[in-house]
Design a protein around this ligand. Structure first.
Ligand code: MN
Length: 258
């Protein structure tokens, strides 16, 4: 099995190395990740400039490349011709912070996995729900092991090629994790505000900034599973159509513009 590992925190992120090393137990791993942090970059296709790739050393026996493109560019590069081998699955992460509810539209970790779905390759995004101001290095060992068991399950059950799994792992030792729940996207609550400032030349500039997002901890959702101490696995697809509204909008009476 050929596994592509990528992330949105950049090639030097410890979560990427932990994930790649865990994946090496299950197949042939190639890393192709951005050369810098693209967190909260959303789903990107770089079309206004060339993207460059260079081989880097991450660990012994690990083939790794860094690109100046976005996480989704890295996946497109790998799947559309940069790599000669056919990739069987794309695994993205491990992001240090959870990607829940609406986060999936902002997340570079998740949108890298979405890019794989576009190219018909199954994918898994893995995020760890570590606290925001965690002192010292984050321990990715539990989340890396859980990513391994999700991948192992994938090899037995297979995934439809247009589906991705969004996996979020509680920040707990393995022994304290209660289990695994399949979930739907929950409701994230954002606390952003616009902080308007003036630069030394008298020009206005703005920060969109606020406390970290919280969420509505509801049973059956990703937010609920994490707050109950479970690993959350949300199957996602890219069809955002609101099927309930389809027929209703068909019934609208339209006034032709004059
Ligand atoms: Mn990130």
């Amino acid at each position: 099995m050929n596994i592509l590992v990528t992330n949105d925190d950049g090639i030097t992120a410890p979560g990427l190395l932990a994930l790649a090393q865990s994946m090496m137990k299950y197949g042939d791993v190639t890393v192709l990740a951005p050369d810098r942090n693209w967190s909260a970059s959303g789903h990107v296709k770089t079309i206004d400039r060339p993207v460059r790739v260079k081989e880097v050393h991450l660990a012994k026996n690990l083939k790794a490349f860094a690109s100046d493109g976005a996480p989704s560019d890295c996946v497109a590069l790998a799947l559309c011709g940069f790599l000669k081998e056919k990739i069987d699955i794309v695994v993205s992460g491990i992001n240090p912070y959870a990607n829940l509810g609406h986060d999936v539209t902002y997340s570079g970790t998740v949108t890298a996995a979405m890019e794989a779905a576009i190219w018909g390759i199954p994918s898994i995004a893995v995020s760890l729900d570590s606290p925001n101001h965690h002192p010292g290095p984050i321990d990715y060992s539990t989340s890396a092991e859980i990513a391994g068991s999700v991948l192992e399950a994938f090899t037995r059950y297979k995934l439809p090629t247009n589906t991705l799994l969004n996996v979020n792992v509680p920040f707990l030792p393995l022994a304290e994790i209660k289990g695994l729940r399949s979930t739907r996207l929950g409701l994230r609550v954002y606390h952003d505000k616009v902080d308007a400032r003036v630069d030394p030349r008298g020009q206005s500039y703005y920060w969109i900034i606020g406390d970290s997002p919280t969420g509505v901890s509801e049973l059956g959702t990703d937010v609920g599973a994490l707050s109950d101490g479970y690993v959350s696995i949300t199957p996602l697809q890219l069809d955002l159509t609101d099927y309930h509204l389809l027929s209703e909008i068909n019934g609208w009476e339209w006034k032709k513009p004059k």
